[in-house]
Design a protein around this ligand. Structure first.
Ligand code: COA
Ligand code: AMP
Length: 630
């Protein structure tokens, strides 16, 4: 089928299109009401009932997949490879669901999951889904403060965690981090459940501490059908302020979209092996490590390791050969990390990767060098695609399950079925091809996209729909070329992407500005050869403050690391005399980035004092900071 035809169908009659896609799922009550529109809010399949854990497990087993691997857990950091069949996974999930139920967890309750990349984390997610409990997975790289904010917002009945995670041989003591977070959080869950990875590593001394394995022994839980609009999960993502946004995901729309994406976007066949090298703490992990591959009867590869140094830059190629991976998904940063360590691609020569059909890249912009390097090395299609936590599944790309146009290097692709994507100028007018503007999606969004922010309808409306009524604001800017491909240029807000991790510079500014020596500051995302972007703090000192600049820099780095986590990757904080601003006082952050990145820019007409730009340039040059000066 031609991409153009299916895309046109998906836009011209959305209800008929998605009703057909939804009909491929096993609903307990099939929906009649396909799309409900109420006061600007859209809900898909509102009168349908289903259960995600049933779709992912029981249905596949009923279809004869019981003895097929559901998960291949590959953990070079613990020297473990474990195959878990659909039968075994159902057994574990229904056991853990019974354990959670014993702790009082029921439909509609929330459960925070803070775990490394181990099968027990997937079991916990699916067990919540089985009960109709709403999970909120928190990325393990976040510090206790971030975890505490999410606990206070999600108000979980239970937290599920583990003794530790492993990062390049270093143990990350999750249990201790949970305990620190609970000291800060106002909300107190009823129980903390810990999966203990090693005899004697920790004790369950707390009054409400429970042992994961013990909970597995209390019985079995069958699944509870929930309404299509029932939240499957909350996933927090960075916004422009220190408070993360709790993206809510419904059940029926999400299941419909994920199933559709496996067939038509990723071009996957049921039974294929799908390897998404991300983390369950991110949306890619939710959608393409856990729910989509299992929903579609595939084998998902769960990787507890890194693209390099666990043990080497050939680990992906080894896994593709060993597990006969058919489709792989990773972030460009991972490819850049491999290229840095094995520029000639010599490690690949040791492995047979003929099972691999396509490599998908997302999470950040893919530069052409990286694209051509990996494409030439692997000799298979490499597909960049663009989406975000809010959408839950791809919005732009080249749909591999259809007869689609070729990949255009440097472009993020064409709109995926269901997404009516447009580019508007700041006054809401559609811009001409070749001109940069705000990337928006015409409402209604297709199934799978966020129906709301957790307990925050006002922020939901303000963040996404207020600026351009009738459209969803993605927060990215970009342009289209003459062939209709979209090119993503970056964010229009204070969000940056470091190693494929979405972070808020606004939050970092809030933290830096709390230091007693700092009068004001700007944290901007500058280009980084490996990580895509990294934060740089520029600080103006309070009058009469006398502090050694390297001491201050160190304190600020530790502050951000302590509050957000090591992933924030703030490595430089430099003192400047003044910050460049518009006459109305707005800091010209983009201009600072252009200077650091060595990109041409025109001096904004609204600038208060252009001479400050020269000062910034001198400081960055002296410190050798930014691609322009390093
Ligand atoms: N738990 C705890 N800490 C974590 C973590 C996690 N899950 N992930 C990263 N960190 C820590 C790292 O240990 C490091 O700490 P350090 O400063 O004490 O050394 C810090 O956060 C920065 O991490 P990172 O930016 O990832 O750098 P790195 O040198 O550890 O690894 C890469 C570099 C390229 C190998 C790694 O970033 C990577 O695998 N990137 C791909 C990411 C990805 O797949 N993203 C997809 C999202 S869709
Ligand atoms: P997240 O919500 O963490 O998935 O981050 C989403 C953001 O990452 C998007 O809004 C983009 O800014 C960026 N992003 C994701 N994929 C791509 C891509 N393929 N090209 C460019 N930017 C991307």
């Amino acid at each position: 089928m031609l991409y153009e035809d299916l895309y046109a169908e998906s836009i011209s009659d959305k209800e008929a299109f998605w009703a057909k896609q939804a009909s491929y799922l096993n609903w307990n009550i099939p929906p009649q009401n396909i799309l409900e529109h109420n006061e600007g809010k859209y809900r898909w399949f509102a009168d349908g009932e289903l259960n995600m854990s049933n779709l992912c497990l029981d249905v596949n087993i009923a279809n004869g997949r019981g003895e097929q691997d559901a998960i291949i857990y590959d953990s070079p950091v613990t020297n473990t490879i474990q195959h878990i069949t659909y039968n075994q996974l159902l057994d574990d999930v229904s056991s853990f669901a019974a354990g959670l139920r014993n702790l009082g967890v029921k439909t509609g309750d929330t459960v925070v999951i803070y775990m490394p990349m181990i099968p027990q984390a997937l079991v916990a997610m699916l067990a919540c889904a089985r009960l109709g409990a709403i999970h909120s997975v928190v990325f393990g790289g976040f510090a206790p403060h971030e975890l505490a904010m999410r606990i206070d917002d999600a108000r979980p009945k239970v937290i599920v965690s583990a003794s530790y995670g492993i990062e390049f041989g270093k143990r990350i003591p999750y249990k201790i981090l949970v305990e620190e977070a609970l000291l800060e959080a106002k909300h107190k869950p009823d129980y903390q459940v810990y999966y203990r990875r090693e005899e004697g590593f920790d004790t369950l001394a707390g009054a409400n501490d429970m042992d994961y394995e013990a909970l597995m022994k209390v019985g079995k839980a069958s699944y509870t059908p929930v309404s299509s609009t029932h939240p499957l999960y909350i996933l927090y993502t960075s916004g422009t302020t220190g408070r993360p946004k709790g993206i809510v995901r419904d059940t029926g729309g999400y299941a419909t979209a994920l199933r559709f994406s496996m067939q038509y976007f990723y071009g996957v066949k049921q039974g294929d092996v799908f390897f998404a090298a991300s983390d369950i703490g991110w949306v890619v992990g939710h959608s393409y490590i856990v729910y989509a591959p299992l929903l579609y009867g595939c084998t998902t590869v769960l990787f507890e390791g890194k693209p390099v140094r666990t043990p080497d830059a050939g680990v992906f190629w080894r896994m593709i050969e060993q597990h006969k991976v058919n489709h792989m998904f990773t972030a460009p940063t991972a490819i850049r990390a491999i290229k840095k360590e094995d520029a000639e691609g010599n490690m690949l020569k040791d492995y047979d990767i003929s099972s691999l059909q396509t490599l998908f890249l997302a999470g950040e912009r893919c530069d052409s060098d990286t694209y051509f390097w990996i494409k030439d090395l692997l000799g298979i299609p490499v597909v960049d695609h663009w989406w975000q936590t809010e959408s839950g599944w791809p919005m732009l790309g080249v749909m591999k399950g259809l007869k689609s146009p070729e990949v255009m290097p440097g472009a993020a692709g064409k709109p995926v079925c269901g997404f009516d994507i447009q580019i508007l100028d700041d006054d809401g007018r559609i811009v001409q091809e070749g001109h940069e503007g705000n990337i928006v999606v015409k409402l209604p969004l297709p199934p799978g996209c966020l129906p709301s922010l957790w307990n925050n309808e006002i922020r939901f409306h303000k963040s996404y729909f207020e600026r351009f009524p009738g459209y969803y604001l993605t927060g990215d800017s970009g342009y289209t070329d003459a062939d209709g491909y979209f090119h993503i240029m970056g964010r229009i807000d204070d969000v940056i992407n470091v190693s494929g991790h979405r972070l808020s510079t606004g939050e970092m500014e809030e933290i830096v500005s709390k230091h007693s020596a700092v009068a004001e500051c700007a944290v901007v995302g500058i280009a980084d050869e490996l990580r895509g972007q990294r934060p740089l703090a520029l600080v103006v000192l309070k009058d009469n403050v006398n502090i050694d600049e390297t001491v201050l820099e160190d304190e600020l780095i530790q502050l951000v690391r302590g509050k957000i986590g090591a992933v924030a990757f703030l490595k430089n904080a430099v003192v400047v005399k003044r910050l460049p601003k518009t006459r109305s006082g707005k800091i010209l952050r983009k201009t600072i980035c252009y200077i650091a990145d060595g990109k041409p820019f025109s001096i904004p007409s609204t600038i208060d004092d252009p001479s400050i730009l020269k000062e910034i340039e001198e400081v960055l040059s002296e410190k050798k900071l930014g691609l322009a000066f390093s």
